[in-house]
Design a protein around this ligand. Structure first.
Ligand SMILES: [Zn+2]
Length: 552
């Protein structure tokens, strides 16, 4: 075989079912064509932790490896969050790894996190590769190594009506990809339903779910299909059979959760029993954000000069285009656009963590929902400001779109697409001054927009607001017990006490984005449940801005 030809990677997945016909585990067989490793080299690797979620994190005993010479002994080497499986002798011929993945057990106290874990859902199973499948990869994201991937499902033990789908199609899929892409694929099997009804194998859009989701979910597929087609055009990437898009719905119950996690050409939309408290607009915002993740991306580099801090870009760009694109492509009304951006402005300006540096936000992201949202809203504000600056400097001929699309073009050409490249483009368009703005953004200084950032239709006007304040330690939301209560807060005035067990609460993001929103909680104290309601805002007024329609 010519050395330039990609090697093959074959993944066979066999779901196992219990006596009720419900899928309870996935048996994997991963075969690599002649990796030709020497003793001590890494065969595959897998994350040991993702955000606040868990991964399968197989031990040495849970992975059986063999090659042409038979049993292949491996060692485990953990570094940071990465577990590598090292071979103890040189490999001969093809190498096959066998392992079984079991869904994680969840309950109402399971923290809301990335939707990567293998979980049960109404008779089926769903996961993203990065929690479950070790891959032959230990170099940077820009690697040019490609594999001829083959994904096959063995449904020989499956009940009738079982369907098995991954991000690139139903049943057997063959494609060429870098190994990292396997981590970004969604895998699901069970009594799946879909839009289009039979989601034909050759189609380029599919929406999948288990059970009977509420109408706020089942009404989504045609809306998503249209939005996706329009966004694809904007990002110069026409959808096709080879370039499809799939949305996988997951019911979090008995755990809690509403949100999405983007994969490759796909995303996971999670909901729970509180879905009725979420408006169609709020669901749309999430969908649009997740869809944008298909395209613009900035690669993280070393910690030196903060080149690893790219969340402001990757999440900020998704928040920015989720707000502006649907309006531009006539998918949303003017009123929706203004409401959407104003919600984001409130979220940014009234966040008590708005002035932390990108480094602090990154390091502590999972300890507080207020830190978690920093890169999203800060990034969005940065893009709004940059767009206004570029339009002004170019007399309206250019916009921030050119920069974002250029960085995307670099990714497509396998050229570096990190902060260095971004800074070079900034200097080209706006001169060295743009680097100062970048640094102040990175340090966490407040971003203010020029009044005419959205002219001629809107004016950016200062309207101060009360700072967000839930009244207790933010970690209480994930620990499900109130601690660190501030006795002068609205929460304390409403009767909340330290030690109260949180049974239910309004989603934190709804209070972050909606200034008027009340926090409603059901708490348990002793054996008695209480309902508590308060406005999660401090006395303190902070600088905030809003988009007003200009009077014509
Ligand atoms: Zn995102």
């Amino acid at each position: 075989m010519a050395s330039s030809e990609p090697q093959s990677l074959s993944l066979r997945i066999k779901p196992q079912f219990d006596h009720n016909g419900e899928a309870h585990s996935l048996g994997f067989s991963l075969a690599l064509e002649c990796p030709s490793l020497t003793a001590g080299q890494s065969l595959c690797c897998l994350n040991t932790k993702m955000g606040n979620g868990t991964t399968q994190c197989y031990t040495k005993d849970q992975i059986h490896v063999s090659d042409s010479d038979g049993f292949l002994d491996i060692e485990i080497h953990d570094k940071g969050r990465m577990r590598s499986y090292l071979v103890n002798r040189p490999t001969t011929g093809n190498v096959v790894m066998n392992f079984v993945a079991h869904p994680v057990k969840v309950d109402s106290k399971t923290p809301i996190g990335g939707r990567y874990e293998l979980r049960r859902d109404q008779g089926g199973l769903q996961c993203m590769g990065l929690s479950t499948i070790p891959i032959p990869w230990d170099v940077s994201l820009t690697t040019k190594a490609r594999y001829r991937m083959e994904i096959e499902w063995d449904l020989s033990d499956a009940p009738q009506g079982t369907r098995a789908v991954s991000s690139f199609g139903e049943g057997r899929v063959q494609r060429v990809h870098p190994p990292f892409d396997l981590w970004r694929m969604v895998f699901t099997v069970g009594p799946l339903k879909s839009y289009p009804l039979d989601a034909p194998r050759g189609g380029h859009f599919g929406f999948y779910w288990f059970g009977k989701p509420p109408t706020s979910i089942t009404a989504l597929p045609p809306v998503c299909e249209e939005l996706f087609a329009k966004m694809s055009n904007f990002f110069r990437d026409k959808a096709s059979e080879e370039n499809p898009y799939r949305i996988f719905v997951r019911r979090a119950t008995p755990a809690r959760g509403f949100g999405g996690s983007g994969g490759i050409r796909s995303f996971v939309l999670e909901y729970d029993d509180a879905i009725d408290t979420i408006s169609q607009d709020e669901i749309f915002t999430l969908l649009a954000h997740e869809m944008v993740h298909n395209w613009p991306l900035m690669a993280a580099d070393s910690k030196e000069d903060d080149l690893d801090l790219v969340a402001w870009y990757n999440e900020g760009v998704a928040d920015y285009y989720a707000a502006v694109l649907p309006y531009r492509i006539s998918h949303r009304t003017k009123a929706c656009f203004r409401k959407h951006l104003n919600a984001k402005f409130t979220e940014y300006y009234t966040n008590p963590c708005r002035l932390v540096s990108n480094r602090q936000a990154e390091d502590k992201a999972w300890t507080s929902p207020n830190l978690q949202t920093v890169p999203y809203t800060r990034g969005l504000m940065y893009f709004c400001k940059l767009d206004a600056q570029i339009r002004r400097a170019s007399n309206g001929c250019k916009s921030v779109d050119e920069l974002v699309l250029s960085l995307l073009e670099k990714l497509r050409k396998y050229e570096p697409f990190g902060i260095r490249e971004w800074k070079d483009m900034l200097v080209d368009v706006l001169g060295a001054k743009a680097l100062e703005d970048f640094q102040t953004m990175n340090k966490g200084e407040l971003i203010r927009l020029p009044a005419d950032a959205f002219a001629p239709d809107y004016e950016v006007v200062r309207v101060d607001e009360r700072e967000l304040d839930f009244g207790f330690d933010m970690g209480s939301f994930s620990k499900r017990v109130v601690s660190g209560l501030n006795l002068t807060s609205e929460a304390a005035k409403a009767g909340l006490e330290d030690g109260d067990e949180i049974i239910k609460n309004t989603f934190v993001w709804q209070c972050q984005q909606n200034y008027e929103r009340k926090m409603r909680m059901t708490i348990r104290r002793g054996h008695v449940e209480h309902k508590i309601e308060y406005w999660p805002r401090a006395e303190k007024m902070v600088e905030s801005w809003r988009l007003h329609e200009t009077k014509s």
